[in-house]
Design a protein around this ligand. Structure first.
Ligand code: ADP
Ligand code: MG
Length: 302
């Protein structure tokens, strides 16, 4: 059964004073696929590790399904959280063949050895590796190893799947193909999924909702179209595919975020460029000096 996730006001301070997460709150519906997007160092892995129970939170709380798994000093270890993880570096057992790597995830399932191996072989077939079950990890390509890791994560049918940049080590072509496979396998499995990446194209292709992390804060969460059309901050706009910025002056005032405004661009040696209609991101007084951020798909010449 897919789990509901509730992250409430989570702070994470590493020993030495590094504040990696600040006041992160996030509710994820059962079966939803949420992608957390942010640059390197923004706290993505830390948040995932806190969810997994590998890292302790400093304050706040985390609920998985009906259980509070972290709050104050209470802390459930990973094996009590009904979840599976996929990592950037695959993390397969080098001394086990692919099928046994997958079967290993079922060691606490109560199944007998033969049943575990059968289930593992079936899962390997679903990720397109039915003929490679007898290979050791070092006899598999990066993409094949990541498919084994995915099979291992899915075979236990846990309620929550956590993916930490699973495609970052693969080349662009394979990354795009596997992205589509992961999306359909994960949706077919029905698990609630938290997937982190620094790649905006990957985030937009996969997510039901995208959350953007900036220096440990969740600055926006919403459907991909909303993040793209109405970024909450200049940082979100820049990080999700901005094509350029123009400086100008506001004609008339904006009383609230979201209002349409007209901006006049300064006259240069080549003459007056244009007036631009844009959306205000905050209240602005008439005549204010502003930056207009451009999305390639949003520009229309009139
Ligand atoms: P991301 O996955 O987005 O690249 P991380 O969660 O790995 O970001 O890191 C967030 C911040 O926390 C960074 O400033 C990083 O240096 C710091 N950090 C990560 N792990 C530790 C740790 N074990 N001890 C101290 N600081 C850490
Ligand atoms: Mg990371």
């Amino acid at each position: 059964m897919p789990e509901r996730i509730e992250i409430e006001a989570v702070h994470k301070l590493y020993p030495g004073g590094n504040q990696a997460l600040t006041d992160v709150s996030l509710r994820i519906e059962p079966g939803e696929l949420v992608v957390l997007l942010g640059p390197s160092g923004s706290g993505k892995t830390t948040l995932l590790r806190c969810l997994a129970g590998i890292e302790r939170i400093t304050s706040g709380s985390i609920r998985i399904g009906e259980r509070v798994v972290a709050a104050g000093r209470a802390h459930h270890p990973p094996e009590q959280r009904n979840l599976a993880m996929v990592f950037q570096d695959y993390a397969l057992w080098p001394h086990l063949v692919a099928r046994d790597n997958v079967a290993f995830a079922l060691r606490r399932s109560g199944m007998g050895r033969a049943e575990r191996v059968t289930a593992a072989a079936a899962m390997l077939a679903r990720v397109g590796l039915s003929s490679l079950g007898d290979r050791y990890p070092n006899q598999l390509s990066g993409g094949e190893q990541q498919r084994v890791a995915l099979a291992r994560a899915l075979v236990g049918e846990t309620g929550l799947l956590l993916c930490d940049e699973p495609l970052s080590n693969l080349d662009a072509d394979l990354r795009e193909r596997l992205r589509i496979e992961i999306s359909s396998l994960v949706r077919a499995a029905g698990a609630t999924t938290v997937y982190i990446t620094h790649d905006q194209a990957e985030a937009f292709a996969l997510a039901d909702r995208v959350g953007v992390l900036e220096r440990g804060r969740l600055v926006q969460i919403g459907p991909p179209e909303e993040i793209y059309a109405a970024p909450a901050t200049a940082f979100v706009a820049r990080f999700t595919g901005l094509s350029g910025t123009l400086r100008g002056r506001l004609l008339g005032a904006a009383h609230a975020a979201g209002e349409r405004v007209r901006v006049t661009l300064p006259t240069s040696s080549t003459g007056h460029l244009a007036d631009i209609d844009a959306t205000a991101m905050m209240p602005l007084r008439s005549g204010a000096a502003v930056s207009v951020m451009l999305r390639p798909t949003a520009v229309r010449m009139v």
